[in-house]
Every structure is written in structure tokens, then in C-alpha cells.
Ligand binder design. Structure first.
Ligand code: FAD
Ligand code: NAI
Length: 463
């Protein structure tokens, strides 16, 4: 008799492992299949966590080398020990993935080690072993999108995975794609001494984020030394003795030019990963972009098979996957799990950071929603001045009639932390006036949020 579970989750990334823990909390007999050596998925192993470790270390290096002197702290002779920096990153990752293993033991989630395949509805095969499951949750995540003519070897031409592992600072790093990965990992290597050129197909960086915020951010990045080739596409790359030669053309067509790089980071997006899951045989439907198709309650077209995280539609974010993991476990247990997609923040962990929740100004215009905007710059915020971090601003968008907060966009110091109060405000259906009338500690960066909320009604106090 095959061992039988209430729930088998395939994939132990933030979607899958959180789903498994929540299902176990709800009293369901739960297993999670993972083919990596360690738990935590893309996010903990080769994504969020190692990239944030290197972002922090490289920011510390840049501070010591270039910023602290302005505060009267003279360190002198700052040198880079990249091997130690990389080793520390490894320690951070190891501690996090071990933490998930501990949580599995604590919650009595069984880790089925190996590649999982849906053998039939209600059956998951892992190697030769077949397990029965009343419910199967697909949480297999995503992978980097390849580009024809640009062959990844993870040494000279790398995806984010290779860019997190470089053992020397490249002289010239060319990044293909001005999205989140390109700008975060581009920042890491620029801070450590690389010249960074970003080639982007569109005529703007960070598509999908608020235009005005991105324009401001682009100016800040250029000031930091980033070079941008917007409206350009890479049509081929050859690796030689002396590095990589890229051919680059205007996106709209025209004469090609060549660009030399020591290392090329290909970061043009990620796509759903479904290889080897047996979805064809199980007749699980995919959408036009190869993502598992689900209804509003994460159910696929096959009864008893659900899907969450990067493998379904929506922003490819760890916390979005986690919310879905919790919601689907609660739905399976007969509760009313739900995710509010209007209140999922997005953060770019550069310095300054960029953060956003809710609708952008462009989305409101397109939807014909009448809105009021309130803005406040960090140059007018006392704490930002004390920190010496005055680049950027807060922008809030509220419904013109009801004053309900519809969107919040920040470029500035700790924007990723500041956005949390605005995600909460949107979740609670707060108005801009609610935020404006809330006492914000002085002197704090959060006061810029309050001032932007006051600015929605044209009554900011400090500008
Ligand atoms: P994943 O984390 O991709 O996990 C899926 C797991 O399933 C994998 O471990 C895979 O091995 C396993 N798997 C797949 N198929 C099978 C199978 N058949 N059998 C067994 N196991 C299988 N998001 C943020 O919110 N914040 C960030 O700061 C951030 N930084 C990022 C930085 C980088 C460089 C990258 C690449 C991504 C980053 N992301 C970030 C995105 C984030 O990593 C993903 O949104 C998140 O990991 C998605 O979670 P998931 O559970 O859906 O899938
Ligand atoms: P992305 O979708 O953010 O950006 C890709 C960029 O590449 C876009 O600007 C796009 O216009 C451009 N592009 C596409 N094809 C191109 C081409 N042929 N030539 C030049 N440019 C081209 O994707 P990215 O940066 O790879 O990240 C993947 C996902 O990982 C993101 O969607 C994000 O959700 C997630 N992520 C999240 C992070 C965070 O939350 N801080 C950090 C890193 C990744």
C-alpha cells in the first residue's frame, strides 16, 4: 500500500514550504517534495537571500570606501575580501535553509527528497516510490528566460545564479535587462568596482513600476555611475580570450554596434517551471505563457490539483507565493483563504530602494479613475538629511472623490520598509486623510509618508 497524505506539495520554495507548514498547522497530514539538496527554493538558495546578503555587504563596502568620510569617519585603506564576502553569503543561505528544515520537523511535515511527478490525479511519484494524496499543490516555481544568440555558461555569460557566485569583480559588466535582477545585481558589482552598462529593450527601466518614480530612480543610478542603453536589444554574444563581444541594435531597428564585456548578466525575466511534473499526462491546463492555469481559488482544471507561486500568473515575488501558500492550505482545510492582490508590495533592494504598492499613475489613467496625487521629497525630511540620504521622494495616489488610498510609490532610503505602512493602509481601505492624521515619530523617514498624505489634500507642512 502506498503511503498516503492529505496534502503533497511539489516544490519547497516560499510558496511550497509555507503552504506545507500551514497545512500541517491545520491538522492535515502533509509532505513536501523537493529535488534540491536544501529547502527554501529559488528564494533562499539562489534568489532573495543570497542577493540581499551581497547587497548588504557591497553597500557596507561602498560606505566604508566612499561615504563614511563625509560623516567624519575616516577609515582609510579599505580593501575588498571578496572570498570572505561570498563565504558570508553562503553562511547566511545555509542558516536560512536549515531553518526551513527545522520548521518542517517542528510541524511534522515530511520532506520527500527527489523530483516529484504527478503519476495520476491523487498520486505523486518520487523516483520509484508512489505516494497517494487527497490534494496535490504544484509550487514548482520559475527559471531564467534564455535569449537566442546569448549562450549562458554561468562564468562569462551568467544568469542571476552565476552573478551571485563571481569570484572576481569584472572590469566591465554588461547587464541585459533593466529589471529588478539587473539593477540589484548591477548595484552589487558596481559598488565593488565594476563599470556597469545596462542594455534595455524598452525606453525605460523597471517596466510596470510608476513612471515618475522610475525616471527619478534612473537619474539617481546614472549619478552613481550606471550607464544605460535604453531602447536597445542584444542580438548575439561571442565569448573570446579577452571577454565577451555583444552586438547591440536599436530596438526599433538600425545599425548594430559592438559592446565588450568581461561578464554579461542575462536578466530578461523569469518563466514558469513545469518540466518533469507530468502535467500533460495529468491533463493540467497551462495558459498561453506556460503557467499553470488556476481559478480565483488556486484550483487547476483537475479536481484535487492546485497551484501557487511563480508557476501561476501574477508578480513573481516570494511574499506573493507565501500568501498563496497560506490561502490554498486554508481552502483545502475548508476555510476561506484569500489573497488581496491590490495590497502586495514590490521592493527593489538597491540604494536608495524603490518600493511600490497598489496602482501606478499610468494604471489609474488607463482605467479612467479620477485621482489626486501627493508628493514629498526626502530633501525636506530631517532624518534623511541627518543620514545624508536625501535622494528620492514619496508619491501617494488617492481616489479623487472618496480619498481612498489607491497606490503608493517611493524611491528613497529604506523605501522597502516605509512601504509597509502603506500596504497596511491599502489593506484596511484607509484614506490619504487617515495616513495624514496618524502621528508619525519625529525625526523619522516615515514623516515623508505623512507629508505626502498631507500633500494629497494640498496641505503639506514642510514644503
Ligand atoms: P521557487 O522558490 O522557485 O521554488 C520552487 C522549488 O520547486 C524549487 O526549489 C525547485 O527545485 C522545486 N521543484 C520544481 N519542480 C520540482 C519537482 N518536479 N520535484 C521536486 N521539486 C521541484 N522575490 C522577492 O519577493 N524578494 C526578493 O528580494 C527577491 N529576490 C530575488 C532575487 C533573485 C536573484 C531571484 C532569481 C528571484 C528573487 N525573487 C525575490 C523572486 C522569488 O525568488 C520568487 O518569487 C520565489 O522564490 C517564488 O517562490 P515559489 O515557491 O513559487 O518557487
Ligand atoms: P524583469 O521582468 O523584472 O525585467 C526584465 C527586463 O528585461 C525588462 O525591463 C524587459 O523589458 C527587459 N528585456 C526583456 N527582453 C529583453 C531583451 N531581449 N533585451 C533587453 N532587455 C530585455 O525580470 P528580471 O529582472 O529577470 O527578474 C525576474 C523576476 O524575479 C522579476 O519579475 C521579479 O519579480 C523577481 N525578482 C524580484 C526581486 C525583488 O522583489 N526585489 C529581486 C529579483 C528578482
Amino acid at each position: 500500500m502506498p503511503e498516503s497524505f492529505d496534502v503533497i506539495v511539489i516544490g519547497a520554495g516560499p510558496g511550497g514550504y509555507v503552504c506545507a507548514i500551514r497545512a500541517a498547522q491545520l491538522g492535515l497530514k502533509t509532505a513536501c517534495v523537493e529535488q534540491r539538496e536544501t529547502l527554501g527554493g529559488t528564494c533562499l538558495n539562489i534568489g532573495c537571500i543570497p542577493s540581499k546578503a551581497l547587497l548588504q555587504s557591497s553597500e557596507n563596502f561602498e560606505e566604508a570606501a566612499h561615504k563614511l568620510a563625509d560623516h567624519g569617519v575616516v577609515v582609510g585603506g579599505v580593501t575588498l575580501d571578496l572570498a570572505r564576502m561570498q563565504a558570508r553569503k553562503g553562511e547566511v543561505v545555509a542558516a536560512n535553509v536549515k531553518g526551513v528544515e527545522f520548521l518542517f520537523r517542528k510541524n511534522k511535515v515530511t520532506w520527500l527528497k527527489g523530483a516529484g511527478r504527478i503519476a495520476a490525479p491523487g498520486q505523486v511519484a518520487v523516483g520509484d516510490q508512489v505516494y497517494e494524496a487527497k490534494h496535490i499543490v504544484i509550487a514548482s516555481g520559475s527559471e531564467s528566460i534564455p535569449l537566442r544568440g546569448v549562450e549562458v555558461d554561468e562564468k562569462r555569460i551568467v544568469t542571476s545564479t552565476g552573478a551571485l557566485e563571481l569570484d572576481a569583480v569584472p572590469k566591465h559588466l554588461v547587464v541585459i535587462g533593466a529589471g529588478v535582477i539587473g539593477l540589484e545585481l548591477g548595484s552589487v558589482w558596481r559598488r565593488l568596482g565594476a563599470e556597469v552598462t545596462v542594455v534595455e529593450y524598452l525606453d525605460r527601466i523597471l517596466p510596470g513600476m510608476d513612471n515618475e518614480v522610475c525616471k527619478g530612480f534612473e537619474r539617481i543610478l546614472v549619478k552613481q555611475g550606471f550607464k544605460f542603453k535604453l531602447g536597445s536589444k542584444v542580438t548575439g554574444a561571442t565569448v573570446g580570450e579577452d571577454g565577451v563581444t555583444l552586438s547591440v541594435e536599436p530596438a526599433a531597428g538600425g545599425a548594430a554596434e559592438t559592446l565588450k564585456a568581461d561578464v554579461v548578466l542575462l536578466a530578461i525575466g523569469r518563466r514558469a517551471y513545469t518540466a518533469g511534473l507530468g502535467l500533460d499526462a495529468a491533463q493540467v491546463a497551462l495558459d498561453e505563457r506556460g503557467r499553470v492555469k488556476v481559478d480565483a481559488h488556486f484550483a487547476t482544471n483537475v479536481p484535487g490539483i492546485w497551484a501557487i507561486g511563480d508557476v501561476i500568473a501574477g508578480p513573481m515575488l516570494a511574499h506573493k507565493a507565501e500568501e498563496e501558500g497560506v490561502a490554498v492550505a486554508e481552502l483545502i482545510a475548508g476555510q476561506a483563504g484569500h489573497v488581496n492582490y491590490e495590497a502586495i508590495p514590490g521592493v527593489v533592494y538597491t540604494w536608495p530602494e524603490v518600493a511600490s504598492v497598489g496602482r501606478t499613475e499610468e494604471q489609474l489613467k488607463e482605467a479612467g479613475v479620477a485621482y489626486k496625487a501627493g508628493k514629498f521629497p526626502f530633501t525636506a525630511n530631517g532624518r534623511a538629511r541627518a543620514m545624508g540620504d536625501t535622494d528620492g521622494f514619496v508619491k501617494l495616489l488617492a481616489d479623487a472623490k472618496t480619498d481612498r488610498l489607491l497606490g503608493a510609490h517611493i524611491v528613497g532610503p529604506d523605501a522597502g520598509t516605509l512601504i509597509a505602512e502603506l500596504a497596511l493602509a491599502i489593506e484596511f481601505g484607509a484614506s490619504a486623510e487617515d495616513v495624514a492624521r496618524t502621528s508619525h515619530a519625529h525625526p523619522s523617514l516615515n514623516e515623508a509618508v505623512k507629508e505626502a498624505a498631507l500633500a494629497v489634500a494640498g496641505r503639506a507642512l514642510h514644503i
